[in-house]
Design a protein around this ligand. Sequence first.
Ligand code: SF4
Ligand code: SF4
Length: 79
Amino acid sequence: MASEVHINDALCKGCDICVEFCPKEVFEVSGEVGPRGYFVPLVARPKDCSACMLCEHLCPELAITVIVQKKRKKAAEKA
Ligand code: SF4
Ligand code: SF4
């Protein structure tokens, strides 16, 4: 299952909760300063994301969006 992980740097306050708690270590602390003046984590390993959605739930600023891309099954496989 592939997924995309986005951080809205206009909302992020650089608390690094996502860095600490992602079980797949998708995020890394970065030196990138967002518009609010905080260090916004880097989505360093998006391919490792298991789409557990923990980061979305834990982010206090609702700055993270995880988009799950499910593969479509062919009709023949479903039958
Ligand atoms: S948990 Fe949210 S606010 Fe905290 S660093 Fe991660 S994206 Fe930013
Ligand atoms: S959805 Fe889970 S695995 Fe993916 S980045 Fe968020 S916490 Fe990490």
